[in-house]
Write a protein that binds this ligand. Structure first.
Ligand code: PRT
Ligand code: ZN
Length: 290
């Protein structure tokens, strides 16, 4: 890579599609500002050494592998399908979906052997081939680039292998999901040979991303507690550092603030109420710096 471009990190994201909005949201929440010109495929940040490249998602892994982009945000399903040699740096927790096999609702399914000799339509031939090989099944793979779910209905295939999130599309096309072959979410990928300068920029960006990603899993809670219940309430709070305790203007009462994990949240709230907490307020956390 040209040394004059070394002090700027090139980040590839999807131009328009299911990953675009969330990718941009993360970049903005990391404090990276830029002006996006609608027709432009690149944008340079005004306050962070980053250049954004807006691409088709299918092209992102290859561009990162060859160093045209240094890092990228892409669905793991696309990365696995194209098989590019890149490093997964961070799982981003959005655009979760699964690559599944589906067949007409009226058909029986007793396992992968039900697909023996059948024709399966997909945009993911490589992932499907791997699954069939692993299952010892021989089937014809019919590669199509879109609207896969209509293939059985129009007689193009017996089954499909496509992305599913809610399952609504399958149901409305008279299909049922019979096998999950890959679980996916958006991932941040990086070129395997980033130089030290670019790695340092990436580390700074990652620190910010992780502060945002971490915060998603926690809630900040505030409550009023009578003096006699303070100790009991502190014991109820799960494994956190000691909470903040502030006296209220009303004698004998305190305001107690703490952070609770989202998945423990309802149980903690029940325990707090039982222990005597009142006026409990709960709020989301934007960023968590550890
Ligand atoms: O133009 P470009 O090539 O960049 O975009 P694209 O059209 O190839 O991709 P896009 O924007 O549709 O999806 C980008 C990524 O979003 C995918 O690679 C996945 O990682 C992720 N993702 C998450 C999904 C879905 N959920 C999803 N539900 N991608 C597609 N779908 C489709 C699926 O193909 C099916 O048609 O949604 C339909 C099913 O949805 P449900 O909710 O009815 O099950
Ligand atoms: Zn695509």
């Amino acid at each position: 890579m040209n040394s004059s471009t070394n002090n700027i990190l090139k980040l590839a994201i999807q131009k328009s599609g299911r990953l675009s909005e969330k990718s941009l949201e993360y970049i903005k929440s990391a404090g990276v500002s830029f002006r996006k010109d609608k027709n432009k495929l690149r944008a340079v940040s005004s306050n962070f050494p980053i250049e954004l490249l807006f691409l088709r998602d299918d092209d992102i892994p290859g561009y990162v592998e060859t160093g045209v982009a240094d890092i990228g945000i892409v669905g793991e399903n696309v990365l696995e399908e194209v098989g590019s040699q890149v490093r997964i740096t961070e799982r981003m927790g959005f655009s979760k979906c699964r690559l599944s096999l589906a067949i007409p609702q009226s058909e029986a399914y007793i396992g992968a052997q039900s697909l023996q000799g059948k024709t399966i339509a997909t945009s993911y031939p490589n992932l499907l081939r791997k699954f069939l090989e692993k299952s010892g099944v021989t089937a014809k793979i019919h590669e199509i680039s879109g609207s896969v779910e209509i293939a059985p209905g129009i007689g193009l295939a017996d089954a499909i292998c496509d992305l599913v999130s809610t399952g609504t599309t399958l149901r409305s096309n008279g299909l049922k999901e019979v096998e999950v072959i890959f679980k996916s979410e958006a991932v941040l990928i990086q070129n395997q040979t980033l130089d030290a300068e670019k790695q340092a920029i990436l580390d700074k960006l990652l620190f910010r991303f992780r502060s945002v990603l971490r915060a998603v899993h926690y809630k900040y809670i505030l409550m009023n507690v009578p003096e006699g219940a303070v100790e009991k309430i502190c014991n109820v709070l799960p494994g956190m550092r000691s909470p903040t305790i502030v006296p209220l203007s009303e004698a004998g009462w305190f305001s107690l603030h703490t952070v609770v994990k989202e998945n423990e949240f309802w149980e903690v709230i029940d325990n707090l109420k039982e222990a005597g907490a009142e006026g409990i307020l709960v709020t989301g956390i934007e960023k968590m710096i550890l």
